[in-house]
Design a binder for this molecule. Structure first.
Ligand code: G6P
Length: 606
């Protein structure tokens, strides 16, 4: 999805902007652009395609300004081409603007501006912003006031950077429902939509809140509300290591992130299980509060929703509270039965997914207690929720989520156990046993990652398949769904996940000779049932690949063994071979694993 970088300081802006855009490539984009300000003159270079192409164009120009804004665009309004890419200008070429988000009332604003003599070059919603700012500037000749008046007219979401040829030492930025951070360094201010873009320059950040504006000059930063009332902000320090966003010798970020699961799970567990009673940073539920809760909703999108599905039954077993897992995009439009007896948990790696944020706002407005789980410090979702807690997976760069998913599953399990401890629905002995199992996860993940030759071999055999099925029962079903999603995302192979028992109600009609079927078999109690389902596809010629921690007597084409663990936590281990399989199939097909087509890391539009 779109990315923003900006710089105002004493250094040449162009290399900083290009470096930031490169770091934002993982978000997914189709065009890129840059605008700098030098001696009251604005320049702009933009093009459809990759940041490297933009760099070639920029290298031919002599852009020496120390103030600049930059953008990677992921087309929403209008096709990906040069005209639609950012930065955009007003008619008089006085203001240059980059924008993340969607202006929902842009057709009304466009009509208003056209009635006032303005003309538009692009098909974008963004182009109304510089023109609207210019409209107000013509009236009051005040840069800050013009931006604030324009922002007041905008409906929708925006994070914007604005520079103006009349002010050679100024940048104004503003945001609503789309993130923007300002990093502070000795040489100036670094602005970005995502911290990784500028993490190599500073670890100290101001995080802009919704409906706030920042006015930056070379040596000063002032924060305002949209009505221009001054705001005081505290500087926040991020602990992420800049090297965490480099590949560190791995071919791709995705592979690096798969291997990082040993550490990311260890960090997510942190000190939570060290004492006899589980303690969570930020969450302090009482028995009265939890006893009053009669329903838990877990709401998220994509992989994060699969994390919710992987813990639904455990939450129910441990806490005796019904749990419903919902896609944020469905939840927000279906008038869900939520009230003040609902605990609504929202999971989002980025913390910026538009549907998840809106679903959270809805649940909150209906009286639910909202708990956000995010991987990004200060992300929008954590600011909206009543309570938040972080997974500590570190920055996830590959579009296909791996380490964030397992961190979410682990954290949700710990939260379920914590609630059961308070509700006293399970014995202390049981809690001790489950804690030990969770603490054994990093070592077992290491084991699961030790010999991956079988997975590589299977990838070589099946990468040409047109369709692949994933089967699982009980706790293995959500893992089948996640394995199937990973495969689709990065290999473009059509795949479906089915609960084993559903197979005979339709999908089995598709099975023919050599059709790859991947079965996940980790629950001893369901083993015989699952094996029968696999038997059904074997009889119809399927090629079977089994991921299991059980001793199997039957013959399958391939069996990938994973370490044994309490059934509650098997999704954290059984997903690992599926992540690797998707990865190696994608490599066999020669695809761009980290940046799959049409996908974005952070989906900030509905
Ligand atoms: C996008 C990503 C997925 C991710 C989903 C939810 O579709 O490509 O990998 O699972 O968004 O993202 P979130 O940041 O809310 O977890």
């Amino acid at each position: 999805m779109c990315g923003i970088v900006g710089y105002i300081g004493t250094k040449r802006a162009v290399p900083i902007l290009l470096d930031g855009l490169k770091k934002l490539e993982y978000r997914g984009y189709d065009s890129a652009g840059i605008s700098t300000l030098e001696n009251n003159s604005l320049s702009c270079i933009k093009e459809k395609g990759r940041v490297d192409q933009l760099k070639n164009l920029v290298d031919n120009e002599n852009l020496n300004g120390t103030i600049g804004i930059a953008h990677t665009r992921w087309a929403t309004h209008g096709k990906p081409n040069k005209i639609n890419s950012h930065p955009h200008f007003d008619n008089s070429k006085r203001f240059s603007v980059v924008h993340n988000g969607i202006i929902e009332n842009y057709t009304d604003i466009k009509k208003f501006l056209m009635d006032n003599g303005y003309q538009f070059l692009s098909e974008t919603d963004t182009e109304v912003i510089p023109n609207l700012i210019n409209y107000y500037y013509e009236i009051n000749h005040d840069f800050l006031k013009a931006v604030s008046l324009a922002c007041n007219d905008l409906i929708g979401s925006y994070a914007i950077e604005v520079i103006c040829s009349n002010f050679s030492n100024k940048m104004i930025i503003a945001k609503k429902d789309s993130p923007l951070v300002i990093g502070i360094a000795d040489d100036g201010y670094y602005i970005a939509s995502d911290i990784p873009a500028i993490l190599s320059y500073t670890k100290n950040f101001y995080i802009l809140e919704d409906n706030e504006i920042a006015e930056l000059t070379l040596n000063e930063i002032k924060f305002y509300k949209n009505n221009l009332e001054l705001v005081h902000k505290e500087l926040e320090t991020i602990t992420w290591d800049a090297s965490a966003i480099e590949k560190n010798g791995y071919d791709d970020f995705m592979l690096k992130e798969i291997y990082e699961q040993v550490t990311s799970i260890r960090e997510t567990i942190g000190c939570k299980l060290n004492k006899s009673l589980i303690e969570l940073d930020n969450i302090q539920f009482t028995k009265d509060f939890l006893s009053n809760i009669n329903k838990i909703f877990i709401v998220a999108c994509g992989t994060a929703m699969h994390a919710g599905l992987a813990v639904k039954s455990i939450f129910e077993k441990l806490c005796y509270i019904p749990v419903e897992v919902d896609m944020a995009s469905e939840f927000r439009y279906r008038n869900p039965l939520v009230d003040n007896k609902t605990l609504a948990i929202f999971i989002s790696q980025s913390g910026e997914t538009a549907d998840t944020i809106q679903a959270l706002k809805l649940a909150k407005s209906k009286g639910a207690t909202t708990l956000a789980i995010s991987n990004v410090i200060g992300s929008s979702i954590t600011r909206e929720a009543d309570i938040y807690i972080y997974t500590h997976a570190g920055p996830e760069i590959a579009v296909a989520s791996t380490k964030a998913y397992t961190a979410q599953v682990v954290l949700l399990n710990i939260i379920a156990l914590y609630c059961a401890q308070i509700l006293e629905t399970i014995s202390l002995d049981e809690i001790e046993l489950l804690k030990k199992e969770i603490l054994s996860l990093p070592t077992k993940i290491e084991l699961a990652l030790k010999d991956i030759s079988m997975v590589q071999n299977i990838a070589k055999k099946i990468y040409n398949a047109k369709d692949i099925f994933f089967l699982g029962r009980g706790i293995d079903y959500p893992v089948a769904m996640e394995g199937s999603l990973k495969l689709k995302e990065i290999s473009y192979i059509h795949s479906e996940a089915y609960a084993g028992g559903e197979l005979k109600h339709g999908p089995i009609a598709l099975i023919e000779k050599d059709f790859p079927v991947i079965g996940i078999l980790t629950d001893e109690k369901l083993l015989e049932k699952s094996i029968s389902n696999i038997q059904e596809v074997i009889s119809r010629g399927a090629k079977t690949i089994i991921v299991t921690n059980q001793e199997l007597k039957k013959d399958f084409d391939y069996v990938i063994k994973i370490p044994n663990i309490h059934p509650y936590f098997s999704p954290i281990l059984s997903v690992i071979p599926l992540q690797l399989l998707a990865y190696y199939i994608s490599k066999e097909k020669g695809l761009d694993v980290d940046k799959p087509r049409n996908l974005a890391k952070s989906v900030t539009v509905e």
